[in-house]
Design a protein around this ligand. Structure first.
Ligand code: ZN
Length: 390
């Protein structure tokens, strides 16, 4: 099959009248001419709309009142289907702070689910967010379940390393550096977050293998005084270190436009990875309640809040809203904005030869976008999983 008459969003430029040929779920040819006319093969006319690589979201908790913590195929399918409507073709199901058993149940269910054919985005694996957080920065996670890393506990998680994409932890906790090293040895990304770290603690974590920070600016220490002197926090360390990839919830609520622009100026287009951090509130109308773990939350002003209004509780966005926001609010080009949602996360997981770009031999994961950047169709492995007209 051939996708023709497309404005192809490639990793470095946009091709005005492009064509992509796919076979068995893979891209076999990318051309700047009409391949359909040449071959007479079946063609799908993209009608001059954008054809971009499918989005990859490293941080999704849920959608439509379903949460990854439910650890069952029905919840996962709802989440994967909903996020495909926002252009996402691959995602990491993300846990909240819970008991070891609760987290292992999610890992086991995800391991089975990702090998089954389902409607919606692929599941790449599980992002373990917590329980090794700073008690100063719990966000909307349960304070009573936050704890320090213990080898006897996390070795049970590491046994399932093939299913775990990344772990978010506070690098200043006792035992965190040993955990970061263990993660590195197991091929799991260590991401600093929900952290009150001082500069030197962040620096030590980086030296031991921390590669990323989770939802930059949110639940993260920033520069403050120690005695008479001003010292950087995890935020400034991440912004100043080129090798650290910064997650950004660009839903227009978690982080203001000036902060997004500041991050872009500091990190450039390859140092940022857009994540929705979408919770079970995604897809719900204003004022509807949903649960994040055991915490009662509400959708207000297009974002999730704890019901008492005290803390943000993840976004209600899908990835296309984030791409639109970095383009419209942060002065990022469409090519770079798409890269932050595709190639950058694919690279982070070492999947960039098969995902995150429109290139020969890559998976046929696409999103068709209108000129005003709304999702018209989403394809996973060449199969249409979302069509805005149906
Ligand atoms: Zn979080």
């Amino acid at each position: 099959m051939i996708f023709k008459n497309a404005r192809l969003v490639l990793a470095d430029r946009i091709v005005a009248n492009g064509c992509v040929e796919i076979e068995n779920g893979k891209i076999v040819r990318v051309a700047e001419r009409d391949l359909a006319a040449e071959s007479g093969e079946l063609a799908m006319d993209v009608a001059g709309n954008y054809l971009a690589p499918g989005f990859i979201d490293l941080h999704i908790h849920g959608a439509l009142r379903r949460d990854a913590m439910e650890a069952n195929a029905e919840a996962f399918e709802t989440i994967c289907k909903f996020h495909a409507s926002g252009g996402t073709t691959s995602l990491a199901l993300t846990t909240v702070t819970g008991t070891l058993d609760e987290i292992l149940r999610v890992i086991n269910a995800a391991a089975t689910f990702r090998n089954t054919l389902h409607d919606g985005a692929n599941v790449l694996g599980v992002h373990i967010e917590g329980p090794y957080f700073s008690r100063e920065k719990p966000g909307a996670h349960r304070l009573d379940l936050i704890r320090n890393p213990q080898h006897e506990e996390y070795e049970k998680l590491l046994e399932r390393a093939d299913v775990i994409t990344q772990m978010t932890l506070a690098p200043e906790l006792p035992g965190a550096l040993a955990l970061i090293e263990a993660l590195r040895e197991s091929g799991i990304r260590a991401s600093g977050g929900h952290s009150d770290a001082w500069d030197e603690e962040a620096c030590a974590a980086f030296a031991h293998g921390m590669q990323q920070v989770t939802h930059t600016f949110n639940c993260m220490s920033s520069a403050r005084r120690r005695g008479a002197y001003r010292v950087a926090g995890l935020l400034e360390f991440a912004m100043s270190e080129p090798e650290i990839l910064c997650e950004l919830i660009a839903d227009g609520r978690h982080v203001s436009p000036t902060l997004m622009r500041m991050l872009y100026q500091a990190k450039g287009p390859d140092g940022i990875c857009l994540v929705t951090d979408a919770t079970a509130g995604a897809g719900l109308a204003e004022d509807k309640h949903f649960a994040l773990g055991d915490i009662d939350c509400i959708v207000r002003d297009e974002v999730g809040l704890t019901a008492d209004g005290a803390a943000l509780a993840g976004s209600t966005a899908t990835m296309i809203r984030l791409v639109r926001n970095v383009v419209e609010l942060a002065g990022v080009s469409l090519v770079e904005g798409v890269r932050m949602a595709t190639l950058n996360p694919a690279r982070a997981l070492g999947l960039d030869s098969s995902k995150g770009q429109i290139a020969e031999n890559a998976d046929a994961d696409f999103v068709v976008l209108s000129p005003d950047l709304h999702v018209l169709k989403t394809f996973v492995g060449g199969r249409c999983v979302f069509d805005s007209r149906t």
